[in-house]
Design a binder for this molecule. Sequence first.
Ligand SMILES: [Zn+2]
Length: 71
Amino acid sequence: MAKNGNLSAAEKKGVSNCPTCTHGINSNRAKIWPLKDMESDHETPWSKGGATTAANCEMLCKSHNSDKGNV
Ligand SMILES: [Zn+2]
């Protein structure tokens, strides 16, 4: 059961590391996405002057990031 002692905060809580997934009603609520399956999302889009900073970005799973990208 011991992995490597390097669990993320999301894993410790048993919730997904994609904030949009945690609001879902399916099994993805607790899914821990590997970084390669995630993309950074600008909370304030480039077109509205959003900067590429940690404060303006959140990591979403690729499926949710592409959902938002179409809005
Ligand atoms: Zn997601």
